[in-house]
Design a binder for this molecule. Structure first.
Ligand SMILES: NC(=O)c1ccc[n+]([C@@H]2O[C@H](COP(=O)([O-])OP(=O)(O)OC[C@H]3O[C@@H](n4cnc5c(N)ncnc54)[C@H](OP(=O)(O)O)[C@@H]3O)[C@@H](O)[C@H]2O)c1
Length: 270
């Protein structure tokens, strides 16, 4: 049975939500939890079969679901998503799609870095801009963005990924004030390590990590109440243990942390 907080979410941001990155991890859990509350869902990712499995679960909850697959490194796929959802009464955008590259930037491939920039930044910017125009005619609506604990300072060995997340963090913080009077609630979640498909794709190894279901639960609980969220104990611990350091000190600590995360992956592959 839905709690009063869950009923508030559906009333303020329903009846439809769009979740990108819904085929896995944090986005998957957000879509599932929104469906449990009673939202109809547009779910997006590249992996269509994973999206179909999720769609079946959403159907079983008695909710409507629209599956759209595409790759945000291709701008046309983002346009397709926005066009195919134009007539749905969506009141909540969850932009969870994203990934990281890691290692020395000088050794990276520029086209791969530009692909990540397109997915983590340009696609999100376009979605946010587009949905703000739609949301202006609603009384209440919401946007959940996923930045990262790495977005609060430079991070050697994941320098470009951290820069994409700093962009999302800064954009969300600014917009949350600008859009308050329009009734558009923006929450930027900045998680530390989370157990998802993320680390494998980024070629990183995490020692401790949060569960994606807990991150999703914290996002839904805090939407409309906060603009920035450090979800779970680990995100808070990492953030506040660095908080008193000057920015240069934070960068040096993050250098050690990230070097270790990337190193352990290459050791295990050797
Ligand atoms: N896990 C962590 O430690 C962590 C920490 C801080 C922030 N984050 C952020 O959290 C968000 C969610 O990541 P996650 O941890 O849930 O990782 P995940 O399990 O790997 O999920 C990433 C999602 O993004 C989608 N995606 C990736 N590349 C895409 C592309 N080119 N086009 C369209 N969709 C794409 C994936 O879809 P397909 O699999 O179908 O391609 C998947 O649904 C990301 O923005 C990430 O940067 C993660």
């Amino acid at each position: 049975m839905a709690t009063s907080a869950q009923k508030r979410l559906l009333q303020d941001y329903g009846p439809w939500a769009l979740v990108t990155g819904a085929s896995s991890g944090i986005g998957y859990q957000l879509a599932l939890q929104l469906s449990d509350i009673g939202f109809n869902l547009v779910i997006h990712g590249r992996n269509r079969s994973a999206l179909e499995v999720l769609a079946n679960k959403i159907h079983k909850n008695g909710n409507e679901v629209l599956v759209i697959s595409g790759d945000f490194s291709n701008e046309q796929d983002n346009v397709k998503l926005l066009e195919s959802t134009a007539n749905l009464p969506i009141g909540l955008l969850v932009a969870s799609a994203g990934y990281a590259t890691s290692g020395l930037f000088a050794d990276s491939k520029l086209d791969e870095e530009i692909d990540m920039l397109q997915v983590n930044v340009q696609a999100v910017l376009t979605q946010v801009y587009n949905f703000i125009q739609r949301f202006k005619i609603r009384n209440q609506s919401g946007i959940i963005l996923i930045s990262s604990i790495v977005g609060f300072q430079g991070v050697p060995y994941a320098a470009h990924y951290a820069a994409t997340k700093a962009y999302i963090q800064t954009l969300g913080e600014g917009l949350s004030r600008e859009l308050k009077k329009e009734g558009i609630d923006i929450l930027v979640a900045a998680p530390g390590p989370v157990h998802t498909g993320f680390a494998g794709r980024a070629q990183m190894k995490m020692k401790q990590a949060l569960q994606p279901a807990d991150v999703a639960r914290a996002c839904l609980k805090n939407l409309g109440k906060k603009s920035t969220l450090k979800p779970g104990w680990l995100s808070k611990l990492l953030y506040y243990s660095l908080a008193m350091l000057p920015r240069s000190g934070k960068i040096r600590i993050m250098e050690k942390v990230m070097k270790d995360m990337v190193q352990r992956t290459s050791d295990s592959m050797a």
